[in-house]
Design a protein around this ligand. Structure first.
Ligand SMILES: Cc1cc2nc3c(=O)[nH]c(=O)nc-3n(C[C@H](O)[C@H](O)[C@H](O)COP(=O)(O)OP(=O)(O)OC[C@H]3O[C@@H](n4cnc5c(N)ncnc54)[C@H](O)[C@@H]3O)c2cc1C
Length: 600
């Protein structure tokens, strides 16, 4: 039977052994009480909620899905109760400002919570998943009146929120959006337009829904510089119309590949009343606060899915008997067949999943700590530096971790063989569900372009250089001979990146499409560099702690070696592609494939 065990030991390894999270966090004002015991307690409770409440709903909700009944969305049975339990336990408020009813705890804990929620029920998690982004966006940009009206309800979870960006003709390119906002005399706006693919656009879980909507004012310049952000409640919270419905309706639900429990709504705004958040025409910047929060969370979703897929594939591989293993222990010599976990190719499938899951977890929590530092470090220059690092890593977390979420689910399905492809075992749902994470919150292609163009080339590789400096420092500190080949490989990689980036920038001056063409390779390469760095740190830490729990810490070191032997060499292929494209450009043979693609 499909199952989920919260990976508490590994989370603890990353937070406590690798990053000394409690010590780091306690340096920040507001987190002085966040000690190891508190972190443990929160994580254990989160694991209990995810495994005991959410996980049992996952398969049944997938089978039933959300439905539209007379303009009202009906969510799967058990979703609303689970959500109310979630709110009663105070989970929506975890990392929110105490001034609005929040618990004021670190984002790092919220990230662990969301790994486990996504691991057990991705579709359900999309409801609260948007809450924190909405909270951050309103908290930072809205007027005091809007803050006081909406934030306490969002923080308590009493009202859910949506993110209304996409329109039929405007997906990745939000500059094309047409939804209009006409000013009213009383300072509010009339919002008219159609939004599609809106997650949780309607639901029967909360009494009210806070829509954050992108629209254009009448005098708006064309393109993305003419977009404003509005808060549009489903039900008016105050004023003359308190309690009345706003002119927002769900006119359709998508039938889709996965996340059946999450209603993906077409939303019609017909002169709905909304209020401006932030400055006119600066809505995209405000919305980016929500999107960045969502991007980290979506990446962590990929991690959660890969964790559950791995756990179950491992259990199955220990139970399924097929063929005699090449290496059989004495006590199995008379058995007709061995567990498939004894076959090296199955071990490879499982070890690859494990190396990515554990590596991505290190990257996720490293980044979550950056976010806490970027908001709470007492020194402004430090806050800025941490924010810059996080900006560099955000597209990597979103794209690499969701690519690996899908790859991990696929490898897990392979371990199940035909029994994975049929529905009963549960793994195919995970593979269907996780696929969307590579698309929404900015497709992974858009993330790669964002990384290379805005985060790397735009500052001439300064942010990337800081990451590479940190990596090279860890390499210099790693002296144990068992890691010699790993440090050599990683050092070669950082040096290659330092030379490749200016070359890509240079080639882009002659061929502006070239950086876009190789952006996916660059993202994966920088991602490998970051994860290899963290594996090196993990191996160092595990070696020093080895006597405490030999099985665990030796397994950690062996998994690090596996990453360096079987996974990291992919970086050579990525480098080959990038170098070949640069060489072609130098030789005046750069290709844009539009012409070929027009040939039948
Ligand atoms: C289940 C689901 C839930 C969603 N939830 C929400 C939500 O809550 N709120 C919301 O606003 N939206 C939501 N979306 C929309 C989602 O964010 C968009 O689907 C996504 O941004 C991509 O837009 P698109 O589908 O129009 O694809 P397009 O933008 O048409 O892209 C199609 C392909 O072209 C590529 N592409 C496009 N432009 C470029 C470029 N400049 N360079 C390189 N490649 C490019 C893309 O990477 C992609 O491979 C959801 C979508 C789904 C399916």
């Amino acid at each position: 039977m499909f199952q989920y065990q919260p990976p508490l030991k590994d989370i603890n390894f990353v937070l406590a052994d690798m990053f000394q999270a409690a010590d780091v966090l306690q340096q920040y004002p507001g987190f002085v009480d966040v000690d190891h015991a508190l972190i443990q307690q929160v994580i254990e409770e989160a694991g209990r909620f995810a495994s005991e409440v959410l996980f049992p709903l996952n398969a049944t909700a997938d089978a039933k899905g959300s439905a539209l009944d007379n303009g009202r969305v009906i969510t799967p049975q058990g979703y609303a109760q689970a959500y109310h339990q979630f709110c009663e336990a105070g989970w929506p408020a975890l990392a929110c400002d105490p001034d609005y009813g929040g618990q004021g705890l670190p984002h790092t804990l919220n990230s662990v919570l969301y790994e486990m929620l996504n691991a057990t029920n991705l579709a359900w998690t999309m409801f609260p998943g948007l809450l924190h982004g909405a909270y951050s966006c309103i908290h930072r940009y809205a007027s005091d009146h809007i803050k006081n009206t909406y934030l306490p309800k969002i923080v308590s979870g009493e009202w859910l929120a949506t993110m209304c960006l996409t329109e039929p003709h405007a997906g990745s390119d939000l500059g094309l959006l047409r939804t209009k906002a006409i000013p009213n005399d009383d300072g509010s706006y009339q919002i008219t337009g159609t939004k599609i693919f809106i997650s949780g656009g309607d639901q029967d879980i909360t009494d009210n829904i806070v829509h954050l909507v992108l629209a254009r004012l009448p005098d708006a310049p064309a393109g993305s510089k003419g977009i404003s952000l509005f808060v549009v409640p489903k039900i008016f919270p105050d004023g003359d119309r308190a309690g009345q419905h706003n002119a927002v309706t769900c006119t359709g639900l998508e039938h889709k590949m996965g996340i059946h429990g999450s209603p993906t709504c077409t939303m019609q705004f017909e002169e709905a009343t909304g209020w401006l958040v932030g400055e006119p025409h600066r809505g995209l910047a405000a919305m980016f606060v929500m999107m960045n929060s969502a991007r980290l969370q979506v990446g962590i979703g990929g991690l959660g899915i890969a964790e559950t897929a791995y756990q179950n594939a491992l259990i199955y591989a220990n139970e399924r008997l097929q063929s005699r293993a090449v290496m059989r222990p004495e006590h199995r010599k008379t058995e007709a067949a061995d567990p498939i976990v004894m076959h090296p190719p199955v071990q490879r499938l499982l070890m690859t999943q494990r190396a990515w899951v554990e590596g991505c977890r290190m990257l996720a929590y490293y980044s979550a700590l950056l976010l806490d530092g970027a908001e709470h470090h007492p020194d402004e220059a430090q806050r800025k530096a941490l924010d810059e690092q996080l900006a560099l890593l955000t597209p990597i977390i979103k794209a690499l971790m969701t690519d690996q979420g899908f790859a991990g689910a696929s490898q897990a399905l392979q371990v199940y063989g035909g029994h994975g492809y049929v529905c009963e075992t549960g793994i195919e749902q995970y593979m269907r569900d996780v696929r969307i994470t590579m698309i929404y919150e900015g497709t992974n292609e858009i993330q790669a372009i964002d990384l290379l163009m805005r985060k790397i080339l735009a500052d001439n590789g300064k942010r990337l250089g800081m990451l590479l400096d940190d990596i090279e420092q860890t390499i210099a500190e790693t002296t144990h001979e068992s890691l010699a080949s790993a440090t050599t490989a990683l050092l070669a990689l950082t040096r290659t990146l330092r030379t490749l980036i200016p070359e890509i920038g240079q080639a882009g001056l002659s061929y502006p499409d070239l950086p876009h063409q190789i952006a996916p390779e660059v993202l994966r390469l920088v991602g490998h560099c970051a994860i290899a760095w963290l594996w090196l740190k993990a191996a160092n830490v595990a070696r020093t702690l080895q006597d405490k729990d030999p099985d665990f810490y030796l397994a950690k070191q062996t998994t690090a070696q596996y990453y360096f032997t079987f996974v990291l060499p992919e970086s050579q292929q990525l480098i080959t592609v990038i170098k070949q494209c640069l060489a072609n450009a130098k030789a005046g043979q750069h290709q844009n494939y539009q012409t070929v693609l027009s040939v039948q």
